[in-house]
Design a protein around this ligand. Sequence first.
Ligand code: B16
Ligand code: MG
Length: 216
Amino acid sequence: KEIGFIFDLDGVIVDTAKYHYLAWKNLANSLGFNFTEKQNEQLKGVSRVKSLEILLKYGNVKLSEEKKQSLLLEKNKEYLEYVYKMTPKEILPGVNQLLTFLETNNIKFALGSASKNAPLILEKVELYKRFTAIVDGNDVSKAKPNPEVFLIGAKKLGMKPENCIVVEDAIAGIQAANAAKMISIGIGDKKVLSEAAYVFKDMTEITPDFLKNLIN
Ligand code: B16
Ligand code: MG
């Protein structure tokens, strides 16, 4: 049967979470409170606007809509400074091997990311052209765990949702994949991603044998 893959970006293809964290932390500090790496876990896979809401709750800070908009711009400006410096060296281990396997076997793949910066990041790490379709934060109105981002991805690949395999590092992303009736592969901690159909510590653990079983 014909199948397609849909990849999340941050935490699966590259580790941009560390740059998001630096930018959010600076923002929190400028507002007079601290923001820990543990708290940052709650922002993974979450949209930019929602991330700010969560952050402000941690700091017990209430701001006007106008101020929030300017903080979002400021945060993204700092984040982009890190993104502009990215190179293909930042592609996570196992990613290139997996993409090459899919290409060799004529299996199409798309990106399904919450990030509005996803196309730029893929360009910076020189992966943009390898994706058949890209769905990012600019294309969706409902954030993960809503399945919208992955359903658009399936459509762009010309695949039925049940023939799509999603690779995700965030709980909300796994829930979105399951809600779309796709096969979910979690990258990270088995206990955290317990809702996923399969979980691997990192992308290097996804073997050709596993893939062959999955696609046949
Ligand atoms: P941006 P993903 C997500 O990417 C990140 O995990 C999340 O931390 C971030 O807030 C979100 O993108 C929006 O990113 O500010 O660049 O639009 O994991 O869905 O690839
Ligand atoms: Mg992610």
